[in-house]
Ligand binder design. Structure first.
Ligand code: NAG
Length: 407
């Protein structure tokens, strides 16, 4: 049964009225060069992506517990640089759903990689100096290396309500199962007629250039969670404006899940929650209302924990790129982080519009004008992600829409 709007977030007021796409320049030169250096069967392009969120936190200001010798993922001895130890979040007490993913995953090939206490979200509780010392060692989306303590503290401290620590309410005593539809932007959805099926889930996740208007029959119209990094959202606004992407979904039920890649994510979050334009950095002067609408209450925002992104990279998408000099550029794609977030929070997950072995038959996106080849990016490993979706499907963890491929 479908949850009434507001199940995640209270209603928003006004949709974005102005011109929402204010792209900012991104220098792709370095990666364009790498693109020529790394062998691959397909043309490589650069895209920055974005990601998802999670459940309930219990304690308040107790020092973060850290995994000691967490079970190593199968067959790997990880370099200390990769940081395969994590904080612990007991929030995700099991739901009452008898067939939840968390109850089943231990018996699958993913049992050794899965950490039940991995923190999925970060919020005010994590704005502590000891935590800053621990995470300052890891760059990009994997830690806080590139963020000053002042920006971090002032930003995370605003995520201070009970909603900040969970994606949605979980009911340990209820036996109903939370069913999530996770919608990628793949061309396989074009003409699929899956819109009604997608919208019938309890929650609908979307990412980056998630255009629903005009595509409702194929992709549905609801968005419970929009997953992004500031960089990937800006890129999507610039790249897909001509396809009709004017701003992220702004429905009353929509919550926004930051995948923080840079300090600009913390700065945009701080701007949104203090209802001010961004006050520094490359987005200085940008109004958060352009992206998220006029209703900027704290309940509409979540932020993924760097431990979660690092854990996904280390244990689920440990790409060969990590063994090259370019390893620091690599992270799971925003779409992959979104899907793995759902797998760590929902009881059941259906994935639509994710890459399948038959990808050559489809355009890159469902909203493309004409056929565009699927793009592979140097900072992600989409081939490995495709194989992961196949393995999760075979393990019964995921239901994957495969169109007419009939897998
Ligand atoms: C959250 O932080 C804001 C800004 O500092 C403050 O006004 C508010 O009272 C805090 N809310 C809670 C629940 O602590």
């Amino acid at each position: 049964m479908r949850r009434p709007p507001g199940g995640c977030c209270p209603p928003a007021l006004t949709p974005c009225s102005g011109r929402c796409a204010r792209g900012t320049g991104l220098t792709l030169t370095l990666l364009a060069v790498l693109l020529l250096l790394l062998p691959t069967q397909h043309s490589l392009w650069l895209q920055l992506s974005r990601t998802p969120v999670h459940h309930r936190a219990t304690t308040t200001a107790a020092p973060e517990r850290v995994t000691r010798a967490a079970r190593p993922p199968p067959g790997s001895r990880m370099s200390p640089d990769l940081g395969d130890t994590y904080g612990q979040d007991e929030t995700y007490s099991s739901s009452g759903c008898p067939s939840s993913i968390r109850k089943r995953i231990g018996a699958t090939e993913f049992g050794a990689a899965f950490l039940p206490t991995i923190p999925v979200l970060q919020w005010a509780r994590h704005a502590r100096e000891d935590e800053y010392q621990r995470l300052h060692r890891y760059g990009g989306a994997h830690g806080w290396k590139d963020i000053s303590w002042d920006v971090l503290k002032s930003s995370l401290s605003l995520l201070n309500t009970s909603s900040s620590s969970v994606l949605f309410d979980i009911h340990p005593l209820a036996t109903r199962c939370t069913r999530c539809a996770v919608v990628g932007n793949g061309g396989i959805l074009h003409g699929s007629g899956m819109g009604t099926t997608i919208d019938a889930h309890d929650y609908v996740f979307r990412v980056n250039g998630a255009i629903t208007e005009g595509f409702e029959r194929d992709v549905g119209s609801r968005t419970s969670f929009y997953v992004f990094s500031t960089n990937t959202m800006m890129n999507a606004l610039r790249s897909y404006a001509a396809n009709g992407f004017q701003h992220p979904p702004q429905t009353p039920e929509t919550c926004y899940i930051f995948l923080p890649d840079h300090d600009r994510d913390y700065l945009l979050l701080r701007a949104a929650l203090s209802q001010q334009p961004v006050d520094s950095g490359q987005d200085e002067g940008v109004h958060p209302q352009e992206f998220f609408g006029e209703d900027l209450q704290v309940e509409k925002f979540r932020m993924l924990h760097p431990d979660f992104i690092r854990y996904l990279r280390n244990r689920f998408l440990h790409s060969h790129i990590l063994a090259t000099p370019f390893w620091q550029l690599y992270r799971p794609s925003t779409g992959a982080v979104m899907l793995l977030t759902a797998i760590h929070t929902c009881d059941q997950v259906s994935a639509f519009g994710f890459v399948t072995p038959g990808y050559r038959a489809y355009s890159d996106h469902y909203f493309d004008h004409g056929h565009k080849e699927v793009q592979f990016f140097i900072n992600h490993d989409l081939r490995m992600e495709m194989q992961l979706w196949q393995r999760l499907q075979r393990s019964g963890i995921l239901w994957l829409y495969t169109g007419s491929e009939g897998i």
